[in-house]
Design a protein around this ligand. Structure first.
Ligand SMILES: Nc1nc2c(ncn2[C@@H]2O[C@H](COP(=O)(O)OP(=O)(O)O)[C@@H](O)[C@H]2O)c(=O)[nH]1
Ligand SMILES: [Mg+2]
Length: 282
């Protein structure tokens, strides 16, 4: 893998404007603000892979890097779905601890799954950062009942925050994640989060196997991309891509890169969610 990377990528280098970006990230919640940035910064936030591509040697196959490649206008339209209004309310609806408690919503649904601590709550908060006062519930306390949390995005779609799982606790999968993925008919896409600084862990692979077994469409989202040095991030990205290509059937070929701290990849992900839920931004 290392041979695929050019030496420039091995230094410690942060995408975008590093710490400054971190402090200002909240204002990057909207494309309008991002569009005011210098072109390079803007593109690092909107299309994080663009900042990485230049470090790759030419023999790397990039055909899936930008399979989903919306225009700025399409992303701006998708953003409107994530902005509440009187006619389009976005809110937490309910929580459920068992499938038979899940709300009978029939609109398209997407769910987010991942190991505890992978950055799931932070990502959902970033996606909903244009919704004042929305509460993304966190259940971190050990022994505290884990719940599926349902968020209704108007009549457009529902977003479900699934409980985090761990490799040593197979019941985490069996109790909720598995039954939900198996029976939820309106589920359009599952977003499987993987920490970009550490790559696939055993629990991630169990989750992949589950999605493959159920034959459901899913997408891998690499989180916390502001953390690893560029070389590490690239290596992880290429490994994830290769894994998807060689070992999966139902996984979207393009992994998404996000940082909830710097806001990179969030707008692209919003647009992809709009796309998979049939709210095509044209
Ligand atoms: N640097 C960085 N840290 C993050 C990011 N997302 C989450 N974190 C941190 O990772 C830890 C776990 O995040 P959280 O969203 O609670 O994970 P969850 O258990 O999957 O819901 C927290 O300390 C977050 O501040 C990110 O994009 N960048
Ligand atoms: Mg959480």
């Amino acid at each position: 893998m290392a041979t695929l990377l050019q030496t420039a990528a091995t230094g410690r280098q942060c995408l975008g404007a590093g710490g400054v970006l971190g402090r200002r990230a909240a204002s990057y919640a909207s494309i309008k603000e991002v569009a005011k940035l210098q072109e390079k910064k803007m593109s690092n936030i909107l299309f994080p892979i663009l900042g990485l591509e230049k470090y790759l040697s030419p023999n790397v196959d990039k055909k899936h890097f930008r399979l989903f490649d919306p225009s700025l206008e399409q992303m701006a339209k998708a953003e409107e779905l994530f902005r509440p209004s009187d006619k389009h309310q976005i809110d937490y609806v309910t929580s459920a601890i068992r499938m038979d408690h899940a709300p009978g919503l029939t609109q398209p649904e997407v769910c987010f799954i991942g190991r505890s601590n992978v950055g799931k709550s932070s990502l959902i908060k970033a996606l909903f950062s244009l919704v004042p006062g929305i509460e993304v519930r966190v259940s971190k306390t050990p022994g505290h009942t884990k719940k599926m949390n349902f968020f209704k995005v108007g009549r457009a779609f529902t977003l479900v925050d699934m409980p985090g799982y761990g490799y040593k606790a197979p019941e985490d999968f069996a109790d909720m994640v598995e039954p939900y993925l198996q029976v939820r008919n309106n589920l359009k896409r599952t977003f499987l989060l993987v920490d970009s600084s550490i790559g696939f862990q055993k629990a991630d692979l169990v989750a992949v196997e589950m999605c493959e077994e159920f034959g459901i469409p899913y997408v891998i989202v690499a989180t916390k991309i502001d953390r690893p040095p560029t070389g590490v991030l690239l290596t992880q990205y290429l490994e994830i891509q290769e894994f998807i290509e060689k070992q999966t059937q139902g996984c979207y070929p393009q992994p998404f890169l996000v940082s909830s701290v710097q806001f990179s990849g969030i707008h692209l992900l919003r647009c992809f969610i709009a796309h998979v839920t049939g709210n095509h931004p044209r």
